[in-house]
Design a protein around this ligand. Structure first.
Ligand code: ATP
Ligand code: MG
Length: 681
């Protein structure tokens, strides 16, 4: 998990060779290749982000580049945080500019406005409210949200209002609002923003691009500042971002992109994996390196992931495991969504290993609407948890409903009944893109309202709204050790030893509004992304009944769940067959009087082996002295290998897993000394 070098404690100036340590040959090639542009194409967990950050550090260490001239781009704030953390671990600290397209564009524009003494335009934060005022009077209350997502899609695709209707029809987008209405509102939205000197987030990208393409001096300054460009998760780039990237590059070629077409999960929002897949067509003259080994997950988890994609796989072959065997993924069904949430809370507690932090576990869901129920169950079980992005309360329709509730003078029960009726009516009429998720969110809000009423019969709509906002605010800001509770989308690029996937049902996985083959394929990739977040343990669940507000619906398992189960069964059968074979072979050897060979991938050393015990206790002290976790000094597997194979020379040490030259240099003599002391053990 750690991107830190083998060195412990002090952060040395890395020498380039150290930066190639702990990498396989393809990864080394990707890190040290002199060629630009460079595309690194690989499946989940194969070290793309590791290679990208190492490549920056390597080129800096060889003197090829000055890290202050590097720009590392990604798509979400969370992913940018991850990039920054990994770069810091490599000793690059704050030298490298790493951020989202939006953040970098905004920073450049702010500088530009300041330099020219221009008052910056106002950044539009409440897009939905702004658009709502532009809608026809008789529009549905939630239409604004749909129109906003259509406008966002159009801007990401560089589609102007006059071309919207045609472009949307071409890709079969069906919003709850007629295309011509969207186009009209989109046009007035742009006008209105201009009049009021307001810009939205996507305008930041197009403004930055325009500034560069129209102002040679500004372009020269930006290109001087950022000479070496790196993009992680390149499968998620949209045409607007790509245009800005091209503007940043100018006629230079120093670009390195990494990505996985099988993890493209933003096409619905306008992204286009073709920039990655046909990289050469968009940026000619480049070289490609492919990585094939997966370092994140056990073979059992990878079988499940490969099964989910099956025939739908794009590009490279299935993921090849590099880790040792683990436990089989588990699939559980529960009678209701409430039972599922409680079951997950129990599973989280049961899966916790002695001394392991809660943050080794994550619960992942398809929609924000699923979050509160699970949050509730975790809270009841006293399990600290964190919700990324604020969950339900971050949703615009929920915020709007809460605002309306806090103004209501009715009793809470009546206000909830009204809200529910309104929502049900909408659900019956709307079948739009995001409509379903929205209805589920409001239904969830109604459910929480009823729970609240049960606890506090005197509650008013206003007090309910306030208490929810107060509680939500706390959770969003909460830090410290906690189980992560987040969506499949937001989990991209991240990893946890233990992952729980909840609500694997038709209607959620795939989401109800996914109707076209493209939308279904995107849902399938999304599940693949979710499964590949797990390192050691994968626990899947679904509920036979789920309640939306007061409507209870019977559910059926996700069509991809049976693939996971078959993969587990297949592996189970193979493993059983392998065990029978091994037993027969051992018997044969015993009959021949042979000593049974120590075999297997895991070191066959007894847990109470005195050398192993001594090594572990030494490691505890060494880790404490360097103020790092024990596994940073040596993984268990490495110590077990030392205890089993009892190396006598540095050369023999270097043959062990997890022991590179840096660690051999630092700890080799100590390890050899321990082995010598236990020579007859
Ligand atoms: P994703 O597609 O999910 O973004 P990725 O390809 O970016 O995945 P990384 O996150 O870079 O993969 O790597 C996955 C995990 O494997 C990380 O914990 C990383 O440190 C580890 N890893 C990668 N390469 C190696 C290696 N050669 N030796 C040991 N661990 C490795
Ligand atoms: Mg990554």
């Amino acid at each position: 998990m750690s991107e830190a070098l083998g060195s412990v404690g002090r952060m040395p100036d890395p020498n380039p060779d150290e930066l190639l340590e702990g990498l396989n040959p393809e990864q080394r090639a990707a890190v040290s290749s002199a060629s630009t542009p460079l595309r690194i194409l690989a499946g989940a967990g194969s070290g793309k982000t590791r290679v990208l950050t190492r490549r920056i550090a390597y080129r800096a260490a060889t003197g090829d580049i000055d890290p202050r001239h590097v720009l590392a781009l990604t798509f979400t704030r969370k992913a940018a945080g991850e990039l920054n953390a990994r770069l810091r671990a490599l000793g690059l600290r704050d030298a490298v500019a790493a951020g989202t397209f939006h953040a970098i564009a905004f920073a450049q524009l702010r500088t530009r406005w300041a330099d020219r003494g221009v008052t910056p335009p106002t950044l539009l934060e409440r897009k939905v409210g702004f658009v709502a005022r532009l809608l026809p009077r008789r529009a549905e209350p939630f239409a604004a949200i749909d129109v906003v997502s259509e406008i966002e899609w159009a801007k990401a695709r560089d589609v102007t209002p006059d071309r919207y209707a045609e472009a949307a029809a071409a890709v079969d987008r069906r919003a709850s609002v007629p295309a011509q209405v969207v186009a009209d509102v989109y046009e007035r939205y742009e006008e209105e923003k201009r009049k009021r000197r307001v810009v939205d987030f996507d305008d930041l990208l197009s403004l930055a691009r325009k500034a560069i393409t129209s102002d040679p001096e500004f372009a020269a300054a930006q290109r001087w500042r950022f000479r070496h460009l790196f993009v992680d998760e390149f499968q998620d780039v949209n045409p607007l971002q790509f245009a800005l990237l091209r503007a940043w590059m100018g006629d230079r070629t120093d670009l390195c992109v990494v990505g996985d077409p099988n993890q493209a999960i933003y096409a619905w929002n306008g992204a286009d994996a073709d920039y990655l897949v046909n990289f050469d067509r968009h940026i000619p003259g480049g070289e490609t390196v492919e990585l094939r080994r997966n370092y994140r997950s056990t073979p059992q988890i990878l079988s499940a992931a490969n099964a989910v994609l099956a025939g739908g796989r794009l590009g490279s072959g299935p993921l090849i495991p590099n880790r040792g065997d683990g436990v089989a993924p588990r699939v559980r069904s529960y009678p209701t969504d409430v039972a599922e949430a409680a079951g997950i809370a129990r599973a989280v507690r049961d899966a916790r290993r002695p001394g392991a932090p809660w943050s080794t576990q994550a619960v992942l869901v398809r929609t924000n609407a699923q979050i509160p129920l699970i949050e509730d169950a975790l809270r009841r079980a006293g399990i600290p948890h964190r919700t990324r992005g604020g969950g339900l309360l971050a949703r615009p329709e929920v915020k709007a409903a809460l605002r309306a509730l806090s103004r209501s003078r009715q009793p809470l029960a009546a206000a909830l009944a009204d809200l529910e009726q309104e929502n049900d009516e909408l659900a019956a009429r709307e079948s739009g893109d995001e409509a379903e998720e929205r209805h589920a969110n409001i239904a969830e809000l109604v459910r929480i309202g009823h729970d609240h009423l049960a606890l506090d019969p005197n509650a008013t709509p206003a007090s309910f709204a306030q208490s929810l906002i107060a509680v939500g605010g706390d959770q969003i800001g909460a830090g410290g050790d906690a189980v992560e509770l987040t969506t499949f989308h937001a989990a991209k690029g991240l990893e946890w030893p233990i992952v729980h996937l909840a609500g694997l049902e038709h209607g959620l996985v795939p989401i109800g509004h996914a109707k076209t083959p493209e939308a279904m394929a995107e849902e399938q990739r999304l599940l693949y992304v979710a499964v590949t977040r797990a390192e050691e343990v994968l626990l899947c669940s679904w509920a036979e009944q789920r309640t939306f507000g007061t409507r209870t619906m019977n559910r059926t398992p996700s069509p991809w769940l049976s693939r996971i189960e078959s993969a587990v069964e297949r592996r189970g059968r193979d493993a059983a067959a392998a065990r029978v074979l091994a037993r027969e072979r051992d018997k044969l050897r015993a009959d021949r009087g042979e000593r049974t060979a120590r075999s297997g991938r895991r070191a066959a050393v007894a847990p109470d082996d005195p050398l192993l015990a001594a090594l572990k206790s030494w490691r505890t002290n060494a880790a404490r002295a360097a103020n790092v976790p024990a596994y940073v000094v040596f993984a268990d597997a490495t110590l077990e290998a030392v205890a089993e194979r009892r190396p006598r020379t540095k050369q023999e040490l270097l043959a062990l897993p997890g022991l590179g030259p840096v660690k051999a240099e630092r700890y080799g003599d100590t390890l050899l000394e321990f082995v010598k002391q236990h020579a007859d053990g």
